[in-house]
Ligand binder design. Structure first.
Ligand code: TMP
Length: 221
């Protein structure tokens, strides 16, 4: 519907937290009788973005400067925002995105140690005021998450990082959620798939009910 902005829902968490599985499941429950839904992911979501994703995750590339990694991710994100996310929201679609800028704070800001300010500067520049309306954060201890991720097969470039890297990423995610309780819902990703899906349903209903009552003062960006 013209003039009504859609909603922007992101799914976050370290490797093996179950976010992609839960995105699919929530989508099946939600889609069909409501607004248009656009499902996408980062890095990626556009032809160019997917090429950049291949480079970012290719283990044969090995180490790259942390700054290169952050800028490639934001290059993919700029493309994604301008060509996919912003037009979709503008026409009233609900966008379900598998990872977004929270992952840059967690992985590049904390994991790589670039710091939050650098990520925030790129976020402000490229996104303006755009932030997800809801972040579903799937939290899992890194040892369990990595075990799950590695059981799926070959390691990608990020999965070659050590446990401490993912501990830093997890802590950064949780801190972001703690500071922004209105927009974030933390889901225990260590449970079995059906229990996690039930927790997602509860978080979703809670968020919809809260969203209907307007913004809560004091919950910043
Ligand atoms: P995934 O699609 O399996 O979640 O893999 C994407 C990988 O890219 C994952 O290891 C997290 C990483 N990533 C970042 O490091 N920074 C980012 O901003 C994004 C979106 C992803």
């Amino acid at each position: 519907m013209a003039g009504v902005r859609g909603r922007f829902i992101t799914f976050e968490g370290i490797e093996g937290a179950g976010k992609s599985t839960q995105l699919e499941r929530l989508l099946r429950r939600f889609a069909g009788n409501g607004p248009e839904v656009v499902v996408t992911r980062e890095p990626g979501g556009t032809a160019l973005g997917e090429r950049l994703r291949d480079l970012l995750l290719d283990p044969s590339i090995g180490t790259m400067a942390a700054e290169t990694e952050l800028l490639l991710i934001f290059a993919a994100r700029a493309e994604h925002l301008r060509r996919c996310i912003e037009p979709a929201l503008a026409r009233g679609a609900w966008v379900f995105c598998d990872r977004f800028t929270d992952a840059s704070f967690a992985y590049q800001g904390a994991g790589r140690g670039l710091g939050m300010d650098r990520v925030a500067a790129l976020e402000d520049w490229l996104q303006g005021d755009l932030r997800p309306d809801l972040v579903l954060l799937f939290d899992v201890p890194p040892r369990l998450g990595l075990e799950r991720a590695l059981s799926r097969g070959k390691r990608d470039r990020m999965e070659n990082e050590d446990l401490a890297f993912f501990e830093r990423a997890r802590a950064a995610y949780l801190e972001r959620a703690r500071l922004r309780p209105r927009r974030y819902r933390v889901i225990d990703g260590a449970l079995d798939v059906d229990s996690v899906a039930a927790a997602v349903d509860a978080a979703w209903s809670d968020w919809l009910a809260a969203a209907n009552h307007g913004p809560v003062p004091g919950d910043d960006r």
